[in-house]
Design a protein around this ligand. Structure first.
Ligand code: ZN
Ligand code: ZN
Length: 278
């Protein structure tokens, strides 16, 4: 059985809220950040099971200080084991970048090798697409730079092409924030909002493909902090899809990069867990 499916089934049976998308200070986009222990202590207090999902980018392997290099990964795993020993339940996974197979298939090959070697050490691997064409679409100034050379429709096309390939790759138990290409669409964003984005057929097709490939779909709550101001996939897409698919196919994540955000999102996490557990 898909490892995320098993975790969700267990949580549902116990009616225990989960947040499976938490970044510690081991994530490359976190400078100070929180430790495993900080989240586990907060989770215990909030009654929410924390699931870690630090960024894994194979193109960074070999760079000095990268926590997933072979020589230092034991220290990373050791830090988690020590924190886990404190008692409250937790899970450990990785948010794994999938790259455009046309531009960087070598990075995807490296990823597969690494995941094969380290699969036993993690509870789940979640695929993600952050890089499109020559930029990272989840960073505002990089998206702005990208839009100097491409129109947004071309960025969307490329994003959904890579997303489809990533889901089809079959390497991941789940896939993160399926329509995150729209993160900065909306008020005071980088791109003007459009009602179509909230029920984009390619998002729905990606969800369908997840079902076909036994891949769990993240219900990412962090979009409420972004110009998008909805979940990923959007609440509209989520509701449209959920009605036709009564099975358990979603897992919740706040995409917190520090423990304060985890706490701030706790009420939403509980609300969406209740919704998912039915
Ligand atoms: Zn992400
Ligand atoms: Zn994330």
């Amino acid at each position: 059985m898909n490892s995320l499916k098993r975790i969700m089934a267990d949580a549902k049976a116990r009616r225990l809220p989960l947040d499976l998308h938490l970044h510690t200070r081991f994530s490359i986009d976190v400078s100070k950040g929180s430790s495993f222990n900080d989240y586990i202590v907060a989770g215990d207090r909030l009654g929410i099971v924390p699931g870690f999902l630090d960024h894994f980018q194979s193109e960074k392997l070999g760079t000095r200080g990268y926590p997933f290099n072979e020589d230092v990964i034991p220290a990373y795993l050791d830090a988690y084991d020590k924190a886990r020993g404190t008692g409250f339940k937790s899970y450990i996974g990785l948010e794994v970048d999938y790259y455009d197979p046309i531009l960087h298939d070598d990075w995807n090959v490296k990823t597969t090798e690494w995941l094969d070697a380290h699969g036993e050490e993690f509870d789940y691997f979640v695929g993600t697409v952050h890089d499109v064409l020559t930029g990272t679409i989840t960073i505002p100034f990089e998206l702005e730079a990208l839009l100097k050379y491409h129109d947004f429709a071309a960025v969307e096309d490329a994003y959904f092409r890579v997303l489809e390939a990533g889901i089809r790759s079959g390497r991941f138990a789940g896939f993160a924030h399926l329509d995150v290409v729209y993160r900065f669409c909306g008020e005071s964003g980088v791109v003007q909002g459009d009602a179509r984005y909230y029920r984009e057929p390619r998002t729905l097709a990606a969800m369908e493909l997840c079902i076909q490939t036994d891949t769990m779909i993240e219900l990412n709550l962090r979009g409420f902090d972004h110009p998008w101001s909805s979940t990923y996939p959007s609440e509209e897409s989520f509701n449209m899809f959920k009605d036709g698919h009564p099975g358990d196919v979603f897992f919740p994540g706040s995409d917190s990069h520090d423990v304060k955000t985890f706490e701030r999102f706790a009420p939403l996490t509980r609300k969406y867990c209740d919704l998912l557990y039915g």
